[in-house]
Design a binder for this molecule. Structure first.
Ligand SMILES: C[S@@+](CC[C@H](N)C(=O)[O-])C[C@H]1O[C@@H](n2cnc3c(N)ncnc32)[C@H](O)[C@@H]1O
Length: 334
């Protein structure tokens, strides 16, 4: 998660792209209906004044939500009737109060999914799509892979893998009861949409006995843990609405990552791979932890298009001492 920018990253399109001044007047345009474009422009000014970074794009998204049209069709929409205008105004006021856009609409896009989100669960961020995409690629290279998503939250990563790699068995682990409720709701919705069910496990990922039945069996292990160092100031959307336990990873941000790296290598089969998202200040620290462990190989750091360190990956060595026992491996042995 990047806390320096607002989690919802809009596309480059602005409202000006939608305003078609030469359009004939729609019959519904009149005193009793307000054109969406002028309401959006006013809302964008309100949001900008409140410090919302992508004010115009977010105003458009809220208007599209109220009018129940795709954002790209906004200029062609009928405009707001009185009820819609009031609803839009109320949503803009809440957004100006720095409630996350996704809490107002109740949904968050993630890769090809639309997930239900709200109070009690972390809103999935666009940058995590990179880690999920890497996990999808890795899973596709294996036949009937076992994929584990630790710190699953809304289920974003687990459900993306289940959707994009239909042959995968996917296990999602989450500790927070509130987040688990959203995770189960999203998982049920995906089953209804035809995806293979994922397995949801309520557990603490720092438990040294985590997923004891999967030791030596996991092909791909993914994790977007809480990783923001405690002293870092976060935007109001994060401070007021993302659960603390989803965001902060102790004094140095590595409190959850350290035990996850130690347990992951025990769960992975030899040659199995791990991908873990981290704070953008940990582009050296997390690869160093992986290298220092001694049981990982192919340690790599991944950056986004802006050059920010996003996630680290590694593979469990297929040679060397067997975790926990000190015995030598024979790949494929139980
Ligand atoms: C940054 S959020 C990531 C959620 C989701 N994977 C995503 O990418 O949107 C971290 C999640 O880890 C959960 N969490 C924090 N500590 C945990 C622990 N010790 N065991 C299990 N889950 C934990 C939080 O409740 C939260 O849902």
């Amino acid at each position: 998660m990047c806390v320096g920018t607002h989690p919802f990253v809009p596309g480059p399109t602005t409202l000006h792209d939608y305003v078609v001044t030469s359009l004939p007047r729609h019959p519904s345009e009149g005193a009793e209906r307000e054109r969406a474009t002028s309401a959006v422009a006013r809302a964008a000014r309100t949001l900008a004044a409140a410090g919302v970074e992508s004010a115009r794009a977010e105003a458009e998204l809220l208007a599209a939500y109220v009018l129940d049209v795709p954002r790209g069709r906004l200029a062609l929409a009928d405009g707001f009737d009185a009820g819609q205008r009031d609803r839009f105004a109320a949503l803009v006021a809440r957004r100006a109060d720095r409630e996350p856009l996704q809490h107002l609409t109740g949904r968050a896009g993630f890769r090809h999914l639309e997930l239900a989100v709200g109070p009690g669960v972390f809103v999935p961020r666009p940058e995590t799509e990179l880690l999920a995409g890497w996990g999808v690629d890795q899973a596709r290279r294996r036949s009937a892979p076992l994929v584990v998503d630790l710190c699953s939250g809304s289920g974003a990563i687990a459900l993306a893998v289940a959707q994009e790699v239909p042959g995968a068995r996917v296990v999602a682990v989450e500790r927070s009861p509130a987040a688990l409720a959203w995770l189960r709701r999203n998982a049920a919705a995906r089953v209804a949409a035809g995806d293979r069910p994922i397995e949801v496990v309520a557990a603490d990922v720092t438990d040294p006995q985590l997923l004891a039945g999967l030791v030596d069996r996991v092909d791909v292990l993914l994790c977007n843990p809480p990783y923001v160092p405690r002293a870092v100031a976060v935007p109001p959307e994060v401070a007021g609405h993302d659960p603390d336990e989803a965001v902060f990873g102790g004094a140095d941000g590595l409190d959850v990552i350290r035990p996850v790296l130690a347990r992951a290598v025990v769960l992975l089969r030899p040659g199995g791979v791990l991908g873990v998202e981290h704070d953008d200040t940990h582009g050296a620290a997390v690869p160093a932890l992986l290298a220092a462990d001694g049981r990982y190989t192919e340690v790599e750091e991944h950056r986004d298009l802006a050059g920010r360190a996003r996630f680290a990956t590694a593979s469990r060595r297929a040679d060397g001492p067997r975790p926990d026992t000190g015995l030598a491996w024979q790949t494929g042995s139980s």
